[in-house]
Design a protein around this ligand. Structure first.
Ligand SMILES: N[C@@H](CCC(=O)N[C@@H](CS)C(=O)NCC(=O)O)C(=O)O
Length: 243
C-alpha cells in the first residue's frame, strides 16, 4: 500500500496544493492501492515540500518522481499518445507547473484580502496566539520568492495578461477533444487541471479566479477532469477504467 503525504483538502479541492491534487489524481489513475496521510508541516520531507509518497520503505518526493515511480510499477498515463503528442504534453506540464502555479501563489499569498483566509485555513494547526507572528514571516519569504521568480513584480492585471496565452493554448487543445490529448485523461490533464481548479478555488475574489470561473469551457474541463480522476481507477493491463 502506497502512502501519500499531502496537505489536507481545502476550498472544496482534494488538497490545498495543486501538486498534491496532481499526485492524488495520478495515484487514482495508476490503479495502485493507496492511502493519504495529511500533514500540515512539510519540513521533515526531502526538499521540505509536499507531495511525497512512502512505498516499500522508500520515500519518494516531488510529483514528477511520483509519476516516474508509478510508471515503473506499470502505469501508462499517456498510453496511445504519439511521440509528438508526448513532447507537447511535457511542454504543457512545464507550463502548468512552472508558470501557472506561481499565479496561484501570487493570488493566495500576495493579496491582502485573500491572505487572512489562507492563513486561517492552511495554518489552523498553529495555536491562534502564535499564528499571525509565525505565518507573517513565512508570508514575507513567499512574497520575496514571487519577486525573485518575477511574477510578484507585475500588477494583477499584468499578471493576467501574461497568463492569457497559456489559457488560450489550453482552450485550443480542447477543440480537439474532452481532454488535452483526446477522449481520455492523460498525465498533462493531471497537471493542467490541478492548476486551473486551484485558480478557481482561491477564496475571495481575484482577477485570476474570475477569469477562470467565468470561462464555461475551462470550467467544464476542470469538472470533467475532477470527476474522472477523483475516482480510483482499475487497470486491466491494456486499458484504465474508472472503478
Ligand atoms: N516540484 C514539486 C513542487 C511541490 C511544491 O511546490 N509544493 C509546495 C506546495 S504547492 C510546498 O510544499 N511548499 C512548501 C514550502 O516551500 O515550504 C512537485 O512537483 O511536487
Amino acid at each position: 500500500m502506497i502512502t501519500l503525504y499531502t496537505y489536507k483538502p481545502a476550498f472544496g479541492e482534494p488538497a490545498a496544493s495543486p501538486f498534491c491534487t496532481k499526485a492524488i489524481w495520478l495515484l487514482n489513475m495508476s490503479g495502485q492501492d493507496w492511502q493519504r496521510e495529511d500533514l500540515a508541516d512539510p519540513r521533515k520531507m526531502p526538499n521540505q515540500k509536499l507531495p511525497a509518497i512512502r512505498t516499500d520503505g522508500q520515500l519518494i518526493h516531488d510529483s514528477d518522481n511520483i509519476r516516474s515511480h508509478l510508471e515503473g510499477l506499470g502505469a501508462e498515463f499517456d498510453s496511445g499518445l504519439s511521440d509528438m503528442e508526448k513532447a507537447t504534453s511535457r511542454a504543457f506540464i512545464r507550463m502548468a507547473e512552472e508558470h501557472m502555479y506561481f499565479h496561484i501563489v501570487a493570488d493566495r499569498w500576495c493579496n491582502d484580502a485573500v491572505w487572512p483566509v489562507i492563513r486561517e485555513t492552511y495554518f489552523d494547526s498553529i495555536p491562534k496566539m502564535l499564528r499571525k507572528l509565525i505565518t507573517n514571516n513565512l508570508r514575507k519569504s513567499v512574497i520575496q520568492g514571487t519577486q525573485f521568480q518575477g511574477l510578484g513584480r507585475w500588477s494583477d492585471e499584468e499578471r493576467l495578461a501574461r497568463l492569457e496565452p497559456d489559457l488560450q493554448a489550453i482552450l485550443t487543445r480542447l477543440w480537439l477533444g474532452a481532454y488535452l490529448f483526446g477522449d481520455r485523461p492523460t498525465a498533462a490533464d493531471a497537471s493542467v487541471a490541478a492548476m486551473l481548479t486551484n485558480m478557481r478555488a482561491t477564496p475571495g475574489k481575484t482577477l485570476l479566479k474570475t477569469r477562470v470561473a467565468e470561462d464555461e469551457v475551462l470550467c467544464r474541463y476542470i469538472d470533467r477532469v475532477s470527476d474522472a480522476l477523483g475516482k480510483q481507477w482499475v487497470t486491466d493491463g491494456s486499458a484504465s477504467l474508472c472503478a
